[in-house]
Design a protein around this ligand. Sequence first.
Ligand code: ADP
Length: 481
Amino acid sequence: MNVLHVTPEFYPLVKTGGLADVAAALPAALRRRGVDARVLLPGYLRVLKNLKGRKTEIETPGFLGHRARILAAKSGEVPVFVLDAPSLYDRPGTPYVGLDGKDYPDNDLRFAALARAAAWLARRDGRAWRPDVIHAHDWQAGLAPAYLALRPHGEWRPKTVFTFHNLAYQGLFPAERLAALDLPRDGFRVDGFEYWGKIGFLKAGLYYADALTTVSPTYSAEVQEALEGRGLQGLLRGRAEDFHGILNGVDYEVWNPASDPHLAAGYDADHLDRRAENKAALQARMGLDVRADASLFVVVSRLVPEKGMDLLLPAIEGVVGRGGQIAVLGAGDAGIEHEIQAMAHGNAGRVAAVIGYDESLAHLMQGGGDAIVVPSRSEPCGLTQLYGLRYGCLPVVRRTGGLADSVTDADAAALADGTATGFVFGQASGAALWDACWRAMDLYAKPEDWRRVQRNAMAQDFSWDASAAAYHDLYGDLTQV
Ligand code: ADP
């Protein structure tokens, strides 16, 4: 089976967020299952620079008035097609935003062209490789299912899957752009790609793809309700039969406490005592009192309200008041950054904050912290709690999205039957978070029980293999009919 993933990001060629990791890890995991998964992405400046090895060139007729060719190469084991269209992508700046900090004014064309290239690669003209399934990711690839579905009736087309990694990003553009994007006027309606008077790229994917997925089962249920659905809940509910929540996986080669080069001491579930060395190293590095007995809560997060970071302050007070410690690594909202820094200043030795992005420190926090706090208001999947499970850094999470799907609360029943892996709370309030932290500190005071939960957490399997199997099944169902 041939599957083409269409994505605006792909690790390691270009990354601004988690989508890049998914777009690389999922095709790789599918290939291990015998699926011929390949990737199509835009030829941004940095992609062309990072694309090593032998390339072959595929001439194209150009897309939406822009000259283009497609370069075929390999990134690791994954074959990639890179859409080389200098008039669209040859610019400094990020994939979406120019050096002036503003979205590129032609982002609609830049990503419509990507979708056109996907549809062009899928035409049936006797070429050696053509996809049976086109799998489009996020609004940037949302028009691919639309262009394919709007082809003349009776023309063969591959099946299409559309995955959104966060429903908040919609790709909206003015209706006047219909002609430039070569979209038919009669598709500009609620039953089509129109979204509140605009052309919606995400909406197009949701409406025209044969199947839809998002990145956790709970999030897939949440977006069918008004609170998270952003006006799309009706459409998603109507398509519930074609809509699947599949939890993202983790790259256990990068996130493995036994071989993690960022740790002071490697360990596994049978050598949990070695975590003490990491804890001491983390405390020293963050300027915390080096104390083995203090329960150490860590936070690795964007510091924004969506991540529940404003709930943190009351909980910090409680933790410190009971003799615990908190270490925060993150950046984001200036107000939240400031409050956390002030908290660290006023509680030297017990609260510490590093404002910024530090990959190495993020690993040490998982390897040395006792518990990782993820109090998100909304969380499509979430990764840091999955790393926490693998590292025995027990997650304290709010019951939402992928957090709800990956952590089992250490209530009396789960402790008794050995299924507990962390601490889960419901309400998005500082008091509810503090209550969960309190329960964590209670358990921490019973080292044998704590270790049992740690070992259980570390035994959970959130590898890509399980997620890839679910996508493989979905492709199979689609292509059988
Ligand atoms: P989101 O994509 O919404 O920010 P996720 O939990 O899905 O949240 O992914 C966040 C990723 O970014 C994780 O890999 C996490 O370790 C990493 N991360 C977040 N903030 C920082 C930071 N300040 N320094 C290092 N890594 C960070």
